[in-house]
Design a binder for this molecule. Structure first.
Ligand code: THU
Length: 132
């Protein structure tokens, strides 16, 4: 399937999670419009609010490398359930993606579901709202 590589990357980056507090490992991988892939993991902090989610780590890596157009993102947390991006991450996905961006919720290489950003963040606040 077209997202095999992306899913593999998300699983690989999950192992790099820095989670001494929650012990909850999350991995993510983003597919950009130029077909580049960037992976990320959650990175926690003793000051809990300074924690960065896996999704934002991956997206910020892509943007810092000059890739701003997000086509799809795969996310894997607990391997027995489909881990859903938090609200802040959905907003960041919206900034660089579109209504059609695929969000792949992964349990394993064989077990995943695909949602559209529009389903997970309906009526998003976007830069177009600022131009009104
Ligand atoms: N976490 C993510 O990395 N992504 C999400 O979308 C949900 C939450 C992380 C943050 C924290 O390190 C741990 O999972 C528990 O909340």
């Amino acid at each position: 399937m077209k997202y095999n590589k992306l899913i593999k990357e998300a699983l690989k980056y999950r192992e790099r999670a820095y989670v001494p507090y929650s012990k909850f490992k999350v991995g993510a991988a983003v597919l950009m419009e130029d077909e580049n892939i960037y992976g990320g993991c959650n990175i926690e902090n003793a000051s809990f609010g300074a924690t960065n989610c896996a999704e934002r780590t991956a997206i910020f890596k892509a943007v810092a490398e000059g890739n701003k157009k997000l086509k799809a993102i795969a996310v894997v947390g607990d391997l027995s359930t489909y881990t859903s991006p938090c609200g802040i991450c959905r907003q960041v996905i919206s900034e660089f993606g579109s209504k059609d961006t695929d969000i792949i919720l992964v349990k394993s290489e064989e077990d995943y579901i695909i949602k559209k950003l529009e389903d997970m963040l309906p009526k998003a606040f976007t830069k177009e709202d600022l131009e009104k």
